[in-house]
Design a protein around this ligand. Sequence first.
Ligand code: ADP
Ligand code: MG
Length: 728
Amino acid sequence: MSTLRFHAIKESLSRTPIKVKELKRRSEVFGSNVFNETAMRQYLTKDALTGVMEAIIKGSKIDRLVADHISTGMKEWAINKGATHYTHWFQPLTGATAEKHDAFFETIGNGLSIEKFGGNQLVQQEPDASSFPHGGIRNTFEARGYTAWDPTSPAFIYGTTLCIPTVFVAYTGEALDYKTPLLRALQAVDNAAVDVCKYFDKNVKKVNASLGWEQEYFLIDNALASARPDIVLTGRTLLGHSPAKGQQLDDHYFGTIPNRAMSYMRDLENECMLLGIPVKTRHNEVAPNQFELAPIFEEANLAVDHNSLLMDVMHKVAERHNFKVLMHEKPFAGVNGSGKHNNWSLSTDTGINLLSPGKTPMSNLQFLTFFINTIKAVQTYEELLRAAIASASNDHRLGANEAPPAIISVFIGAQLTKVLEELETVTKGKLSPQEKTDLKLNVVGKIPEILLDNTDRNRTSPFAFTGNKFEFRAVGSKANCANPMTVLNTIVAKQLIDFKAEVDALLEKKSMKKDDAIFNVLREYIKSSKEILFEGNGYSEEWEKEAKKRGLSNNKTTPEALKVKISKPAIQLFGDLGVMNKVEVEARYEIEMDEYILHIQIESRVLGDIARNHVVPTAVRYQNILIENVKGLKSIYGDQFRDLAKEQLALIEEISGHIEAINSLVTKMTDARRSLNKENNIEKKAGGYCKNVKMLFDDIRYHCDKLELMIDDELWPLTKYRELLFTK
Ligand code: ADP
Ligand code: MG
């Protein structure tokens, strides 16, 4: 056995759970490292507090003088909590979070020093961020970008650093991060939804999109993971034979959480409590060593920040516990991958969840309005939603019979299907008062049952209604939720705007009553959104065929899926709603395509290296042992050796066959890379990487995995699946 693998296994077997220092009652410490309202009341002047609160609630601007007051209070609070540094914390398009720490400490001459943090430092910074992806927005002579404070997401202390959530934009104003378009999309859906809510309740002034994500991940012993260059460099295994036992027995799902993992989770949850991330649920997932963590849902912008922060914290806490967290969507072949369900809803400042069936006829009509408009939005923009979750890593998971397919459809359950069917058949044209009453009674009579029926679930659907929210299940575990949330909220905003225009037209032209007009438009939507509704098995082949007939897109790879982003209607949509202008949309497309290419390129290099530098030499070594053995047999038994060495001779030949296949495939892959790297057209390059490079991964892997099975376990250099997945 290679010394690395030997020591890794030895080390991992000797581990014991780390003792976690328990906090006081969770509710007491929750948010204690967050500059939340409680902290602000204590540290801010009245004017400063009003300024922040108005910015949070109404989105109003904070003037510089007030900013000075806020920064002073914030600094006092942070220093009292032991912070020495501050940073603007943002989410550039790398997918990671970014921070650059500055000390509060400043010298003021004569050997004196103070702690300083002014309004300017709080509100705006100019990090030298020229190496973040920008998709051509910032060319070299205009390389400046700046970060600007987002008061709607509170500052927090992590370690000894005060972190201030910010947006990151180019000097020319274009967004260079995930947060900016998200904030704009949330504003758009807020405006559009408030306008529609006014049909039902004049008092509604704000509608918030809410998000509750469910984070899946793998916990692998750090020593075992470190012995694998593929895990270290790409976050997933590029080869490795399935273990004799996988997830067939379903004995991990919802089972007892292993002690070491439990100790990690407690530690992580404690950190989350201090940071105000309201984590609530933890459990084992389907695959061995796979887990899930979910918070209580929050306003979408905050939830997105919290998920990004959580992913960082997960990695940091894992170090203490000698774990490596794998967030990749498909770290291991043959067992389930990881996703991040995005539970989404809209709620009003009057406390109504607009996707929760109501108790009165009127509130049910309101529910149906938002419910049906969401379905219609998904129907119209299904391809954009697919694009919003596209990545090289998520491609492995979508359609792999464990996650939804690459086809977007909506599941609403039997009861709501029936409700929609009934509504659709209500007489054409204007509703008679009698019918209307019937309808209302019908709706009222039926919908409450939905709340009771929790078994009506369909795990194979990418976008499912689950009683009082939609659950977008196709999102990847590694992804920043901002991208899917931006698209979802944008398309729903657009749909609500169109809806309102149609209803208003009916009200004006036909002088119809309000409820009738709303109902009439909804009924047409029910008819025109049928193609997106699917209640069956999303994993099945029949569905692929059926979806094709229905004209739904089925973009299986990222390069195919991303194309729609720069289509005319998409550019128009994002532009009209003020979410992204053409430059921003095109820049993002370029960045995502580039990222795809880079990912496949890195994986391809790593796979080539491992195959040539680890697998082939090990195979040769084992082959030599066999050859020695055959020679020995021959020297003892003379001509009879052939009978005795049958197995050895066959193995020697088989090994040669695999070595030869690996070498020719790796050469083919390297050549393909070389020629593609000269390609300037990004579509051709990404397409080529997908077709000519990535397509070879499985073949190369096949031969490596065969060798793994054949070669003496003592010689094999890489930690094996059974070691990675079953060490607790
Ligand atoms: P599941 O059975 O899918 O695990 P849960 O009830 O545990 O469903 O909820 C999963 C997530 O959905 C949690 O993060 C929860 O807070 C969130 N959630 C619940 N209600 C809403 C809502 N109205 N809007 C957004 N997310 C919600
Ligand atoms: Mg769920």
